[in-house]
Design a binder for this molecule. Structure first.
Ligand SMILES: Nc1nc2c(ncn2[C@@H]2O[C@H](COP(=O)(O)OP(=O)(O)OP(=O)(O)O)[C@@H](O)[C@H]2O)c(=O)[nH]1
Ligand SMILES: [Mg+2]
Length: 245
């Protein structure tokens, strides 16, 4: 599923790497995250779902001062998965070569970004910034949050028979070739199971999945969007994917 939205006009030619930052109420975090990515020289596309806290207006302001930053405004909260889908379609149309997913809440560090990009470029498929491999770490999460994330990974790995240690990580990079081969229209996940479905689809298409260690830090400010409803929907979606294998 995807839907129109209002996109900032492009004023410069695309860079090789497009970094997509989905936002819903990230006003306190966005500027710092955008600055970190722009420091590396990559294009940024913020996908804001009409955040009530004014994140969209802040994103427009950042875009006004930097040609490398653009914003896709969507009418309402349509889910992180569909935000990435819409952004990938735009990047594929425009000719970007590598597509990065990154949280806009400060959990993913810009200093880990280029090693994920390099791994994707080198493998030709998907590179995942992994918290659950040697060298990977999580800072600042309470025990229940760790348990939820660990449990989600075991659940997906078992049901979908994935040999990936961190299939729920939202810090990753896809090659253009892989995304072009992916039927974006057929993706069923709107929300958080998108990450898992994309790993599953990558494996089924026969593209490599590689993992590189990252340090994940708890969000700097603002609230998590992972609700009970989102968790249940994600569990169901993964179950559906496993039976339709
Ligand atoms: N555009 C858009 N962005 C979203 C939506 N839901 C979450 N996001 C963004 O996606 C990123 C990840 O969401 P988080 O709430 O941080 O989820 P999380 O990182 O899995 O959970 P926490 O660790 O609790 O923060 C953040 O940048 C959010 O603002 C949505 O429906 N639409
Ligand atoms: Mg987060």
């Amino acid at each position: 599923m995807s839907g129109g939205g209002r996109l900032t006009e492009r004023k410069s030619s695309p860079t090789e790497v497009l970094v997509v930052l989905p936002t819903f109420n990230e006003r306190e975090n966005l500027e710092r995250v955008v600055a970190g990515v722009r420091h590396l020289g990559h294009d940024v596309l913020v996908v804001d779902d009409a955040s009530p806290d004014g994140t969209g207006e802040l994103a427009d302001k950042l875009a006004g001062g930097d040609r490398g930053v653009r914003v896709l405004h969507r009418e309402r909260k349509l889910g992180i998965g569909s935000a990435y889908e819409d952004a990938f379609r735009i990047g594929l149309d425009e000719g970007s070569s590598l597509f990065v997913e990154m949280d806009a809440d400060g959990s993913h560090r810009a200093q880990d970004l280029d090693k994920i990009v390099d791994a994707a470029r080198g493998s030709g498929g998907l590179a995942i910034g992994s918290r659950y491999m040697r060298g990977g770490e999580i800072a600042g999460w309470p025990a229940h949050r760790l348990l939820l994330s660990r449990g989600a990974n075991v659940y997906c790995r078992t049901l979908l028979r994935l040999r990936v240690r961190d299939c729920t990580s939202g810090f990753r990079c896809y090659t253009r070739q892989l995304l072009a081969a992916m039927q974006l229209d057929e993706i069923v996940s709107q929300g958080y199971s998108f990450q898992i479905e994309m790993v599953h689809r990558t494996v089924r298409l026969g593209y490599p999945v590689v993992e590189v260690p990252i340090r994940f830090e708890d969000r700097v400010a603002g609230a998590s969007k992972v609700s009970q409803g989102e968790i249940s929907r994600a569990l169901w979606t993964v179950l559906r994917l496993s039976v339709s294998r």
